[in-house]
Design a protein around this ligand. Structure first.
Ligand code: PAF
Length: 278
């Protein structure tokens, strides 16, 4: 496995790849969730590239950019163990110049839910994903796949839209959420939770479980499901509980096969999100 710190080195490596590339973009602090993306990339492709870059443009003023967990040595070990060929670790200076073109998330889908709570977050996220896709596929691999977790469901929907709107030649592969045995969705931010907060945080996955039970009992009304979820979430600071279709449009009734149930809440000072696709 090679760790490359410059765009030139990255291009030298990918020029030698004679086959498909599976790409897993990350901000580091890798956990079992990332590992599952890497495993899927490894299985389906000849070469696997992981990027580790804490992208400043997707953090808002006052968010945890400086405190965001950085664990480069541990990340490299995980990647090596998982059979990654190249880790790309650029610097901010390599990725951005002062007077940049910008990408703006779509006016509705990009500015509801996460977009409403974190305005401009998706602009920065799309900007860096576009750059990374272009960089990794620069040498025109025979096939190019990029792997994203369903945990960031809105991020995934917007990336798929960007790929469609900008005709980017990549297959986006959505990957299932990985959970701890108690149900907590894995996230790099879970390290911020104290023991008590971690127990409280389980309300997020429990609320989604409650919603699923209702759907199985044929309760399809979104307002009823939201009410039941909020009841389970009483002990955390809820930001939103929402049900949307796969295109991230608001719905009144659950349609099995085309619904995502989402929750965002603060537990202590840590902001967590979770969702379930039904
Ligand atoms: O999901 C993430 O970790 C980031 O948003 C991504 C896709 C790596 C872009 O910085």
């Amino acid at each position: 496995m090679l760790i490359v710190h410059s765009i030139e080195e990255l291009f030298t490596q990918t020029a030698q790849f004679n086959g498909s590339i599976g790409f897993v973009p990350t901000m580091g602090a890798l956990h079992e969730g990332h590992l599952s993306l890497i495993r899927q990339a490894r299985q389906a492709n000849d070469f696997v590239v992981v990027s580790i870059f804490v992208n400043p443009t997707q953090f808002l003023e006052g968010e945890d950019l400086d405190a965001y967990p950085r664990k480069e040595k541990a990340d490299a070990k995980i990647c090596e163990f998982a059979g990654v060929d190249v880790i790309f670790m650029p610097t901010k200076e390599m990725m951005y110049e002062a007077d940049e073109l910008s990408i703006t998330a779509p006016a509705i889908r990009g500015f509801i839910l996460e977009g409403a709570k974190r305005p401009s977050h998706f602009d920065g996220m799309l900007q860096v994903v576009m750059k990374l896709l272009n960089l990794i596929a620069y040498n025109k691999p025979t096939e190019f796949r990029a792997y994203f977790g369903k945990k960031d469901a809105q991020q995934l929907a917007l990336i798929m839209q960007m790929v469609k709107n900008y005709f980017i030649n990549v297959e986006i592969v959505p990957c299932d959420i990985v959970r701890d045995s108690d149900g907590l969705a894995l996230s790099s931010r879970n390290v911020y939770l104290s023991k008590e907060e971690r127990t409280k945080a389980l309300a997020l996955s429990r609320s989604l479980k409650r919603a699923t039970e209702l759907v199985m009992q044929k309760e399809f009304k979104v307002t009823m499901i939201q009410e039941a979820m909020l009841e389970v979430l009483k002990e955390v600071d809820v930001e939103y509980v929402a049900l949307v279709n796969r295109e991230f449009q608001a719905i009144d009734e659950v349609k099995i096969g085309n619904t995502i149930m989402l929750v965002a809440a603060k537990v202590g000072t840590t902001r967590l999100i979770d969702n379930l696709w039904i």
